[in-house]
Design a protein around this ligand. Sequence first.
Ligand code: ATP
Length: 370
Amino acid sequence: MSYEIAILRGDGIGPEITDEAVKVLDEVRRIVPGLDLNLTDHEAGVGLYSRTGDALPDATFQSVGAADAILLGAMGLPEVRMPDGTEVQGRIIIRLRKGLDLYAGVRPIKLYPGIRPVVDRGEAVDLVIVRESTEGLFASFEGGTEITDQVVGDTMLISRSGTERVSRYAFELAGQRQGRPSDGRSLVTCVDKANIFRSLAFFRRVFTEVAEREFPQIGYGYALIDALSLAIVQRPADYDVLVMENMFGDILSDLAAALNGGLGMAPSGDIGDDHAMFQPSHGSAPDIAGKGVANPLATILSAKMMLEWLGARHDDEAARDGARRIDAAVAAVTAAGEVTRDIGGTSSTQSVGDAVVAALPRDAGNPDGR
Ligand code: ATP
């Protein structure tokens, strides 16, 4: 099948890491029979904001929304602020999430061979954080209330429909996976603070209704966000899919990257019923921009997630095949230690991209071969 892919390279390290993902997608398109990808660049971010006062014009929003999927590098720079003091990426990323109704923030935390993570428990790490991405504490984005110049409030909003659909997404995902690494059991964990907040007690209640009504064959459990922040680091193999409110997911997915090599290894997807956007979990990393040392693997793995999503949505084996080949190539590259300095190597951004291209299996029947 043929897909229109909107590319938003963005700011800081965004362009350099996106270049490598595009290089990999170009090669995948060349070697996978029946897969055609039409990649189109769109400008958004700090440069555009500085020139025009608009980081994501309506016309760009419409064009990227019309594509089959969006691949985004990284947006925003701390020195460029909107009049209210916030950075421009909120305007772009949150607008895309809300405008395209991308309600499931999917953040796989998987340990690739050869990588020694910051926290190494010597056990397999293969879990997915599903973050509700349209409401929760981010619901009041641009709508926080300055009651006086001494008191400001942001409101947590949890809806039944929002909780039902993200819970459903988490259970469906668990149904497609191999279960948690410790014993292969499929398990969806609801992460909340239901002992204190009414909003999160409601989130837990609606999650439980979805579990019992629609997914009796899949195990489920609960965890409080504070206790879980330690448990996930101590026993990562006990977790399979975890679903939670927006802000908790934002924080926990950065923490969980300590289990798989850091932010440079953390891909993500923002997924809705009709649209999806894929981007690394990290930001624009201005401290290393332009130095050729940024790890492009989170972006390359986000491109892999994009092909998986297209494959599932269109029942397209060619797209799934492309995703499997990228996964095998990344595993070969990390196993060989051809990686950037954030995960213990000496390779440049560009040479990691080249290594992934060279490691792409040429034959779908031999996904592990180089
Ligand atoms: P945001 O709020 O936009 O997500 P942030 O403030 O969390 O951004 P990041 O840009 O994600 O910050 O960077 C956090 C740290 O991680 C920085 O020291 C940065 O250099 C490092 N980092 C982020 N991405 C990468 C990468 N791809 N390769 C290597 N280091 C990275």
